[in-house]
Ligand binder design. Structure first.
Ligand SMILES: NC(=O)c1ccc[n+]([C@@H]2O[C@H](COP(=O)([O-])OP(=O)(O)OC[C@H]3O[C@@H](n4cnc5c(N)ncnc54)[C@H](O)[C@@H]3O)[C@@H](O)[C@H]2O)c1
Length: 341
């Protein structure tokens, strides 16, 4: 099969590209490299360095082949940034997705898998794992932009027969277990790479935002899902699209508090993470955990790397080999010196 991956030079996209290539598919990538990395693109995949808002460039890529499906990851995705400039986020994510969806309908593409998000479920604090029936109340312009796109995909199916799977990931984490790809966001906003860098003394002590939530240890709880498990889920869902369009919450169903993550890093590395308490951030829910029962039932997917220590071990191995991400592979840290196992 021949697939297009938008955002395939980014963190999650690069792992999906690897999963597709491992499964024997042909892969081409559309990425403007605004937050992605040329070095994250394997030699077996072709990169089109193109912005999705460039309609003419899309027409040429879509016209060149018959595509069996599109995986759509390209987006601006930093929640806080989206609240500083909400109109920019809404415009960028919506117009780039609209261009892509229109290209799919014009060129007879039948399947799209779309990167949606737990940020659809903002609003009041929720207790327990979140099912697909939960009310959608985006707590940010970023989450709202993803909801716009889910609704656009609904109409693209109704009118044009473009089947779509909206996969609402919770917190992607970890790195390719074979060390071929990993996380490199600049600026980094995710807890695990920030905590690893604090542990490695590559940045100051980690700030934990809020220690007075109504959770067992007072810190926020999130569902960390291994990025390679998220990648595998994208391939599992393709068969469901032969029948109908779907939207699923995707996660392990287990929540870990910020302090649980720091304890896991200490277990895996043998070193403590220096941290200090900071004020709560506006709009951070105390808990976000996915109920992925529907997804597992319909696709047979289960996470291979569900244990938090496995996730941390792969993230640490990547960080130790690539201290500056894709920018500098030369200055490696001796992984054995920071990994207990
Ligand atoms: N990382 C997470 O935990 C998480 C959680 C939920 C949802 N998501 C969603 O998953 C997707 C991937 O997230 P990520 O963490 O890999 O982000 P990322 O920033 O690493 O990857 C996004 C990629 O899209 C590219 N891109 C952005 N705008 C583009 C445009 N207009 N045209 C072409 N390319 C463009 C960037 O260069 C980058 O390579 C995003 O849609 C994000 O909203 C991520």
């Amino acid at each position: 099969m021949r697939y297009l991956v938008t955002g395939g030079a980014g963190y999650i996209g690069s792992h999906i590209v690897l999963a597709l290539l491992d499964a024997g598919h042909e892969v081409e990538i559309i990425d403007n490299l605004s937050t992605g990395h040329r070095k994250a693109v394997p030699s077996a995949a072709r990169l089109h360095e193109v912005d999705l808002r460039d309609g003419a460039a899309l027409a040429s890529i879509f016209g060149a082949h018959q595509w069996d499906g599109v995986f759509h990851l390209a987006a601006l995705s930093i929640v806080g940034e989206s609240m500083r400039d909400p109109l920019h986020y809404l415009e960028h994510n919506f117009t780039s997705s609209l261009n892509l969806i229109r290209s799919c309908t014009q060129h007879g593409v039948r399947k799209m898998v779309f990167s949606s998000t737990a940020a659809l479920f903002g609003g009041p604090d929720r207790h327990g794992a979140i099912t697909e029936d939960a009310a959608i109340i985006p707590g940010s312009a970023y989450g709202e932009s993803k909801f716009f796109i889910e609704r656009t995909l609904h109409w693209a199916d109704q009118v044009h027969g473009l089947r779509s799977a909206c996969l609402r990931y919770f917190n992607a984490a970890g790195a390719d277990p074979d060390g071929r790809a990993g996380e490199d966001h600049k600026p980094e906003t995710h807890l695990i790479p920030l905590a690893l860098d604090a542990m490695l003394h590559r940045r100051p002590a980690l700030q934990i935002f809020g220690t007075d939530y109504e959770t067992p240890d007072g810190t926020c709880i999130r569902d960390y899902t291994h990025v390679s498990d998220i990648a595998a889920a994208h391939i599992c869902v393709l068969d469901v699209l032969d029948q109908r369009s779907v939207a699923y919450n995707l996660g392990t169903g287990t929540g870990h508090s910020n302090l649980d993550v720091l304890k896991s890093i200490a277990r895996v590395s043998g070193r403590d993470v220096p941290w200090h308490a900071a004020e709560r951030r506006a709009g951070d829910p105390s808990g976000l955990v996915a109920d992925a029962t529907s997804f597992t039932r319909d696709t047979g997917w289960t996470p291979r790397y569900a244990a938090i220590d496995q996730i941390i071990a792969t993230a640490l191995a990547w960080r130790a080999r690539h201290p500056d991400g894709y920018g500098d592979a030369a200055r490696q840290i001796d992984a054995a010196s920071v990994m207990r196992r």
